[in-house]
Ligand binder design. Structure first.
Ligand SMILES: Cc1ncc(COP(=O)(O)O)c(C=O)c1O
Length: 451
């Protein structure tokens, strides 16, 4: 009855897996926000260092991880894979449930896997400062940590409602040396425009992205860093799935289903893409992305060209979107409140290789509490969507009289989200229905692109 499957430091992957090179049909081009023509590397150069732009577009399936990055990842990687014996017993399932735990990183989630890589390539290119956005603070704190290690200043635009509700994430960012502003701010044209229309705006991830992009585009020594969605970010996260595959071998099993929560798509891509590679080569494995019903980009969005931010400053990409002006209701899984989805994940959903499910927040908190009381770890509210999906898969298998091997990604711990747990126990959390009308309105603002 082994509980933990551990790998030594020498098993930290030496290469990231880039599914772009394995896709049966090429992805849609990325379009310039002003000209709507396909972008080339030079168009992206004001925002990203060339090494990351090359990764964004690379057809190579394996890209070597520099030793300097592996050296930093070694502080917490390989992360553990657990067999959830206690959870299985509590829910009375015959299925086998495994989880890969990313909460062992310094900031408590999967986000440093890409923050370290992005900070490394920016520092190598002579960049002095990084600007970024953060929702609940997981990404901002991860970049603050990684930027500091490589001598970069970090400026974080933090969604205002989270800035006010999550003071300790702010404190973490300050401790690691970053400056943090509640977005929308008066520092950028994008922020001022939003504040003019709504001086009390709570902010959103899309607005904070607009501010961080503008900051980078208007300062020569500054580049922009994004914590999800982009191809290179998803690729940096594949260390999760690559390690998990080896750990599942140690356990002597191969998953029937691989699950992760889905906000912008990076932790899902991280665990799922190495298994998607097997699936493309004929292996039977289901890949399931779990998102909130209040912000259901994969299950209720349209697959269309749209901006990545609210104001329309970022390149236009083909993805599942609820419309860039969609303002998601305030659920506690702040990291899942994004109008779009990673183009790579979107394409795999479109092509039928990836399934998506959506859950309201109450059953997710219920699953999170069951998990905490059996496995011990208090999950991030985002990760609770994956737990809920894993429990559902086990129950479905039991109802069908079969057993399944279920692997899910526990993307982070919830130690800075305890106010949300308090609200749940006090009965103050409510479920939000799919905001159909709000989405319909936001979809009217999709950019028109040349056929
Ligand atoms: C713990 C955790 N899980 C998941 C997510 C969702 O992001 P992504 O879909 O890019 O993995 C976030 C985002 O902040 C997060 O903090």
């Amino acid at each position: 009855m082994t509980t933990k499957f551990l790998l030594g430091e020498d098993r930290i992957p030496t290469h990231w897996y880039n599914i772009l090179g394995d896709l049966p049909t090429p992805p849609e081009p990325v379009l310039h926000p002003a000209t709507k023509a396909p972008v080339g590397p030079d168009d992206l150069a004001p925002l990203f260092p060339m090494a990351l732009i090359e990764q964004e577009m690379s057809p190579q399936t394996e890209i070597a991880i520099p030793e300097e990055i592996r050296g930093v990842l070694a502080k917490w990687r390989p992360s553990p894979l657990f067999r959830a014996h206690a959870l299985e017993k509590a829910i009375g399932t015959r299925s086998h449930i495994y989880y890969k735990y990313e909460g062992v990183s310094p900031s408590g989630s999967h986000k440093p896997n890409t923050a370290v890589a992005q900070a490394y390539y920016n520092a190598k290119a002579g960049v002095k400062r990084l600007s970024t956005e953060t929702g609940a603070g997981q990404w901002g704190s991860s970049l603050a940590f990684a930027g500091g290690l490589f001598g970069l200043a970090v400026t974080v635009y933090m969604v205002k409602i989270s800035y006010e509700q999550k003071p300790y994430r702010r404190s973490m960012m300050h401790t690691w040396g970053a400056e943090v502003f509640p977005s929308p701010t008066n520092r950028t044209n994008a922020g001022r425009k939003i504040l003019e229309a709504d001086p009390k705006s709570n902010g959103s991830l899309g607005i904070a992205i607009s501010e961080a992009v503008e900051d980078a585009a208007t300062h020569d020594d500054t580049k922009y860093s994004l914590g999800s969605v982009l191809n290179h970010v998803c690729m940096h996260q594949t260390v999760i799935g690559l390690e998990a595959k080896e750990q599942m071998q140690l356990a002597g099993e191969y998953p029937d289903v691989v699950i992760a929560c889905h906000g912008g798509g990076s932790n899902f891509a991280g665990i799922a893409m190495p298994f998607a590679r097997d699936k493309l080569h004929g292996k039977q494995v289901r890949l399931v992305a779990a998102e909130p019903t209040s912000c259901p980009s994969l299950t209720k969005g349209v697959y269309a060209f749209d901006y990545g931010d609210t104001v329309g400053m970022t390149p236009i990409v083909k993805m599942h979107t609820l419309g860039h002006e969609f303002m998601p209701p305030g659920i506690h899984a702040g990291g899942l409140r994004y109008h779009g989805a990673a183009p790579l994940v979107s394409k795999l959903v479109k092509d039928g290789l990836v399934e998506a499910v959506a859950y309201p927040q109450l059953p997710c908190f219920e699953a999170a509490v069951t998990f905490a009381r059996t496995e011990g770890i208090i999950p991030a509210p985002e990760s609770s969507h994956a737990i809920k999906a894993a429990i559902d898969e086990a129950r479905k298998a039991d109802a069908e009289g079969t057993t399944r091997v279920i692997l899910f990604n526990l993307s982070g711990h919830g130690h800075f989200d305890l106010a949300a747990y308090d609200a749940y126990f006090a009965g103050k959390l409510v479920d939000f229905e799919y905001p159909g009308e709000a989405v319909q309105k936001a979809l009217e603002t999709l950019p028109t692109v040349p056929a």
